[in-house]
Design a protein. Structure first.
Length: 68
């Protein structure tokens, strides 16, 4: 075991050419793209968008797991 952590929340997510949309229970919102990309380990939004486009294709529907 390298690490144990608690899942705080799981939300649906959509990444497309224009940005990120998070779908939490009862709400949908778009975070600031560069801040979101950096929090996920990317240099910036263009780097994140490019990686998702090349790796998964856009639009990318998925889930966002938020750890405590």
């Amino acid at each position: 075991v390298l690490l144990e952590a608690t899942v705080q929340r799981v939300d649906s997510i959509r990444i497309d050419e224009w940005g990120v949309t998070l779908y939490a229970p009862g709400a949908a919102w778009s975070p600031e793209e560069n801040q979101f990309a950096r929090a996920d380990g990317f240099e910036d939004w263009p780097a994140m968008r490019g990686w998702f486009e090349e790796t998964h294709g856009l639009p990318f529907p998925g889930i966002l797991i938020c750890w405590k």
